[in-house]
Design a protein around this ligand. Structure first.
Ligand code: J2J
Length: 518
């Protein structure tokens, strides 16, 4: 078993209570294709598909993927821009029981190569641009099937018989962890647990067939995929509109043209939208809910959403490992603007503890630990890391500091994980530090978060030069040359004589950050 399952008695209970339904994630399409075949499932710049058409396309894509050699249980690293083709391929993989790794469009040779090797991937499915052809070339030889998303999703008829549908307990997909250690961790989500998180999110957000959801964030990310995201909307029989990019130019037009009722943004983008809407005096007619999550939303910005956009703001605090919190539609402004919501499910267990894992007093900030029917019990193929990332009784150590109010709502007050949250994109500090130390002119390095008015945080690499005269530009070029996603390249590179150390000899990042903040 490449990941830790839920204990038998708990799994049994989740099944008995109907929390885990036993269905596969792709089953939802078949139901709607029968009950409302003409309903529009998805729209993008290339056109639109009804539920019946989407279901047909998924069958055809599944047949094609089978024909090129993929089999149930295989892993496929999938990278795509937002579009209909991604939906078709994602559902085809889920239907077959081939497990997608939800790579992001920004990932490059280093990340994709790692995902392929770590999972012994059978396929790399990519957007087909020159940069991805380059990545494809770098994994050719290790990965048997390499194909563009467009080709995999192309319409077609096939007589190949599909294998039985995967059942609830099986591995459905591998999400990516924001991470805080050297290599990114892969998050094993089963059909049962992921579908539950999607169903409960659809309920909390009151989705139905009239929901029109704009997918503005990169679709493979856990938030727009499942909170409730495109899966929640398709589960409810609504319509997904895929935005090619999250800019006001693209999205405001899509919202007006397609009658979007709901969308999801990271705080950095919400600020951009608010500014653009004010400047253009744009007020959408149809938009009812703007979800904001992925990083802390400033209370003042939260309070501006309704006056400016005429839509209610919903804060979402979640993690690809599981737990997702939402503010509720009947929360008062105080809760809605100053907290990051409460857990989606009554079955979510939340503990707020001190450094010794002892519960803190009510309302006092502490470490957030969580466990429940859709929070993983261990990362994929990472036994050593699991020892530190989970308690012995199966709670996930989120690395977040929170305060819990009397209503159960959580306010995120900080973070202990060594990570930079750059406008919702997570950077594991140690990954970049290890890469920096490979530079012959760098003796030591620490990557820290610097507050930023637009992105919330930016990454700053603080380096100790090894004699010679390295420049910031060279350092950035050196990292880029390692084939990593652009968002991981530090925005700032600074040189110091030496790094401050704690009494036990670790780099004192707090002192370092405090120094740079001044
Ligand atoms: C402060 N920090 C937040 C918030 C996430 C829904 C929404 C977001 C994610 C996500 C997700 C935050 N305020 N509102 O998967 O389904 C930080 C925390 C958290 C980490 C998880 C979803 N919302 N965060 O952001 O796996 O530090 O998931 O532990 O990318 O983002 O990051 P990620």
């Amino acid at each position: 078993m490449p990941f830790t399952p839920w204990p038998d008695d708990i799994a049994e209970r989740y099944r008995r209570e109907g929390i885990w339904s036993g269905a596969g994630l792709a089953d939802m399409l078949a139901d709607h294709a029968k009950s409302r075949p003409e309903g529009i499932a998805v729209v993008d710049v290339t056109g639109r598909l009804s539920y019946a058409e989407l279901a047909d396309r998924v069958e055809a894509a599944a047949a094609r993927l089978l024909t090129v050699g993929l089999e149930p249980g295989d892993i496929a690293v999938v990278q795509s821009h937002n579009g209909i083709d991604y939906l078709v391929v994602l559902f085809a993989l889920l239907r077959l029981g081939v497990v997608p790794v939800c790579a992001l469009p920004a990932h490059r040779e280093a990340e994709i190569g790692y995902f392929c090797r770590h999972t012994d991937a059978a396929a790399y499915l990519h957007p087909g641009e020159p940069v991805h052809e380059g990545i494809a070339a770098s994994v050719r030889g290790t990965v048997p099937v390499i194909m563009t998303i467009e080709l995999a999703a192309a319409p077609g008829t096939s007589t190949v018989e599909l294998p039985p549908r995967p059942v609830g307990g099986e591995l459905a997909l591998l999400q990516l962890s924001g991470g805080s250690t050297g290599v990114p961790k892969l998050i094993p989500r089963t059909h049962d647990d992921y579908l539950y998180s999607v169903r409960i999110a659809a309920e909390v957000c009151e989705l139905d067939q009239s929901t029109v959801y704009l997918c503005a964030l990169p679709v493979a990310h856990n938030f727009p995929l499942s909170s409730p995201g495109i899966l929640g909307v398709l589960w409810a029989g609504g319509t997904v509109v895929m935005a090619a990019d999250p800019s006001p130019d693209t999205c405001f037009r899509l919202i007006d043209d397609t009658g979007v009722t709901m969308t999801a943004l990271v705080p950095a983008l919400a600020l951009v939208w608010l500014r653009a809407a004010r400047q253009r005096d744009w007020k959408p007619q149809s938009l009812r809910v703007l979800q904001v999550g992925g990083a802390r939303l400033d209370a003042a910005a939260a309070a501006e959403v309704f006056p400016v956009l005429g839509a209610r703001v919903q804060q979402v605090f979640g993690m690809a490992e599981g737990l997702v919190c939402y503010t509720r539609y009947d929360d008062d402004d105080e809760l809605n603007h100053t907290t990051q919501g409460r857990p989606a499910s009554q079955w979510d267990e939340v503990r707020v503890v001190d450094d010794d894992d002892q519960p803190v007093a009510a309302g006092v900030p502490g470490h957030l630990l969580t466990r429940g029917p859709y929070t993983i019990r261990g990362y994929y193929r990472a036994p050593a890391h699991n020892e530190v990332a989970f308690t012995v009784d199966g709670f996930y150590r989120t690395g977040d500091l929170v305060r819990q109010g009397p209503s159960g709502h959580l306010t995120v007050t900080g973070r202990v994980k060594d990570q930079i949250n750059r406008g919702g994109e997570k950077i594991a500090a140690t990954e970049i530090e290890e890469r920096l130390r490979r530079h012959p002119g760098i003796a030591d390095a620490a990557v820290i978060a610097i507050p930023d008015p637009d992105l919330g945080e930016r990454a700053c690499a603080v380096c100790v030069a090894d004699g010679g005269d390295v420049t910031a530009k060279q350092v950035r070029g050196f990292l880029r040359g390692q084939g990593i996603a652009a968002y991981k390249i530090p925005d700032l590179v600074r040189f110091v004589e030496q790094l401050p150390k704690t009494p036990v000899g670790k780099v004192d990042k707090q002192r370092l950050a405090a120094g740079f903040a001044r």
